[in-house]
Design a protein around this ligand. Structure first.
Ligand code: ZN
Length: 326
């Protein structure tokens, strides 16, 4: 039985958001659902972008992100089981390490803007290391948490509405953001406008759904070893039963060529594009893993090593680009 549709849903057909072609093939039917409304993925025949078509229209997307439980229920479901806000200390420690890496790559501390700053933990980690920071966040509860609980400068709303000075940032960050947008080229262009000449852009996107791993799994169908993987990993790999499918938050699925094309189109010189795979919490945070969990941990570590060595396609891509000049 399908759940009732929780709010009015309208659909909009669109062309490829990376190359503009209106020439696609079916990729996966009924990938996502809002109540009884199902969403199919297609793949652009020209550039390889995977996208939901038709997608939720603008007002429907707004209703999806107005969900007050977006960051506590829907966010990172599968990879993490703990409420996002309860992971504050863990995330601050993780981001401290990530900001340290970024400092090495970009040549020091300066001003940093994060688009989609969520509860503000990444920019808080940067601020504690001496960066001047600014966030932009669409989700009201997350924006308010970062402003009221952490005292961070965060604009609640869309990038195009934020009153920020062009050319005023040393670094801009969009971590797991572009796959949610209807105009990723426009978003990236606007972000780069806010960068000073010679400034750096850090872009992270998931690439698993637009990878051979997902395509092979779909092709295997009933041959996928469901008992070995277990229900949580099947959900994370988006191979679970149709009834369990979530909202179409990821309306775009990039791979390496489409993300590089987008970055170069926004005027960025691509300095690096690192591949990796996120480690599922239920496997890696379990203090007493079972044999099955130890086997799966080994598989994820092996995959990650192969990706880092550029021997295997990634399930996540971290791109560092530089704006010309400076
Ligand atoms: Zn395309």
């Amino acid at each position: 039985m399908s759940p009732a549709t929780p709010f009015p849903v309208s659909l909009e057909s669109w062309a490829c958001a990376v190359c503009g072609a209106d020439d696609s093939r079916p990729y996966r039917e009924k990938m996502y659902a809002i109540g009884e409304v199902r969403f199919d993925l297609v793949r652009c025949s020209r550039c390889g972008l995977v996208y939901a078509n038709p997608r939720p229209d603008g007002p429907t997307l707004g209703r999806m992100y107005d969900d007050p439980e977006y960051y506590t229920r829907g966010y990172n479901l599968g990879v993490e089981e703990q409420n996002y806000f309860e992971r504050k200390d863990e995330l601050l420690a993780q981001y401290d390490g990530e900001v340290a890496v970024l400092e090495n790559e970009t040549g020091g501390r300066g001003s940093l803007l994060e688009l989609g700053s969520a509860g503000g933990f990444f920019i808080e980690a940067a601020r504690r290391r001496g960066w001047k920071v600014q966030g932009i966040e669409l989700s009201p509860p997350a924006a308010r948490y970062s402003i009221e609980e952490l005292g961070l400068p965060v604009f609640e709303g869309l990038l195009e509405e934020a009153p920020l000075e062009p050319g005023s940032f040393d670094v801009v960050v969009a971590d797991n953001v572009l796959e949610h947008t209807t105009d990723p080229a426009g978003v990236l262009r606007r972000l780069c406008d806010l960068l000073r000449p010679g400034g750096h852009a850090l872009i992270v996107v998931p690439t698993y759904v637009n990878s051979p791993y997902f395509r092979i799994s779909l092709g295997l169908g009933s041959l996928v070893p469901r008992r070995l993987l277990g229900p949580k990993l099947l959900a994370l790999l988006k191979l679970d039963e149709e009834e369990a499918r979530g909202y179409p938050y990821h309306i775009l699925e990039f791979n390496r060529p489409t993300l590089l094309r987008l970055a170069r189109g926004a005027g960025l010189e691509v300095l690096r594009a690192d591949r990796s795979v996120p480690y599922p919490a239920h496997l890696f945070k379990e203090p007493r893993p079972t044999l099955r969990q130890r086997l799966l941990r080994g598989a994820f570590r092996g995959l990650n090593a192969g990706m880092r060595a550029k021997l295997l396609p990634g399930a996540r891509l971290r791109l560092l680009g530089r704006k010309s000049g400076g």
